[in-house]
Design a protein around this ligand. Structure first.
Ligand code: NAP
Length: 315
């Protein structure tokens, strides 16, 4: 993921001046500058999506595009639209069964591969040293790519230790730029850290207004493991898009509840990967960098926490 953008040189310089403070974890309270998540905010691209630096030094956009549930032509079209709208982080997984379409969309977009940040995940059926290596090669082949930016253990099931060893080797061989985990709780993270030679760069977990994961947030920060939010809208479950509190805040800022939700993640330094198959939503979800939630907004959203998953069927 390259962030060179000559047009943006002035804001880049300004940003670098501020980044010393950001590194110290000071929330500057200006538009576009969220609380840092133990990482350094290092750049802005043309659409205003800042990059963060992961704990291995790799740059990753602060907002990405999810592809769960997208398949066939809809998937390909949505990913092309997302890249064209300005998303650079694309999140997929072997189990989504859409690797071929995501790969075709990447080719169709015409964008330089190095400008993209492609994430995929090792499914539980491929857990263990040998299977993980095979699973990874299959994923890469379907995507028609020769490396992944980020590869995650999708769920902490089966031989996690064997999977991690395989991923560490693939990382060292340059086939993956960063390795991480998903759906690990703090105890499972601690277990992984007890034998890992390479620390995970991120943990991708369910995170939205109804399930804010305050403890995981704290633990991940302590370990400098970036928190990434799956289902940042809880897929609209429990009336999230029409929630009264979010609606009021949205009205106040002339925004939508979706944008308020994503801005909330962003201001907490959590990387969100919203999914949409509609062009208007794809664009809408990118337009979160021209307003700021104030303390009262953030506190009101904090109170929406039900502290429980909205996806009990996946637990
Ligand atoms: N690691 C894991 O275990 C895991 C689990 C689940 C998801 N994920 C990842 O996280 C990504 C996001 O999660 P998700 O896809 O489950 O759910 P989500 O992003 O929370 O919600 C997607 C839903 O929200 C709707 N939507 C999107 N933007 C909208 C807007 N501006 N206004 C109104 N509705 C809007 C979409 O409908 P439209 O298509 O009509 O816009 C879709 O139905 C996934 O795609 C996947 O990449 C990872």
């Amino acid at each position: 993921m390259s962030s060179q953008n000559p047009k943006n040189e002035i804001s880049r310089r300004k940003f670098l001046q501020n980044s010393t403070l950001a590194t110290a974890g000071i929330y500057l309270g200006i538009l576009g500058m969220p609380k840092v998540f133990g990482n350094v905010l290092i750049d802005k691209d043309a659409k205003g999506i800042q990059d963060i630096k992961l704990n291995n030094g790799l740059k990753m956009p602060m907002l990405g595009f999810g592809t769960y549930g997208l398949s066939g032509e809809v998937c390909q079209k949505s990913v092309v639209e997302a890249i064209s709208a300005g998303y650079r982080l694309i999140d997929t997984a072997k189990v989504y069964g859409n690797g071929v379409e995501v790969g075709k969309a990447i080719k169709q977009s015409g964008i330089d591969r190095k400008q993209l940040f492609v994430t995929s995940k090792l499914w539980v059926d491929d857990a263990g040293y040998e299977n993980a290596k095979k699973g990874f090669e299959e994923t890469l082949r379907k995507l028609q790519l020769d490396y992944l930016d980020l590869y995650l253990i999708h769920r902490p099931r089966g031989d996690v230790k064997g999977s991690w060893k395989a991923m560490e080797e693939l990382y060292k061989a340059g086939k993956i730029k960063a390795i991480g985990i998903s759906n690990f709780d703090p105890a499972q993270l601690a277990d992984l850290l007890s034998y890992a030679q390479i620390k995970p760069v991120i943990n991708q977990i369910e995170t939205h207004a109804y399930f804010q994961q305050a403890n995981d947030y704290k633990v991940l920060k302590q370990h400098n493991v970036q928190m990434q939010a799956w289902a940042p809208f809880a897929e609209g479950r429990n009336g999230l898009f029409t929630n009264e509190v979010l609606t009021q805040i949205a009205k106040k800022h002339g925004k939508t509840t979706a944008q308020v939700s994503l801005r909330w993640h962003y201001q907490l330094g959590i990387v969100a990967i919203p999914r949409s198959s509609q062009k208007e939503h794809i664009t809408e979800n990118l337009n979160i960098f021209d307003f700021k939630l104030d303390d009262a907004d953030m506190k009101a959203i904090e109170k929406l926490d039900l502290n429980k998953t909205q996806f009990p069927e996946w637990s």
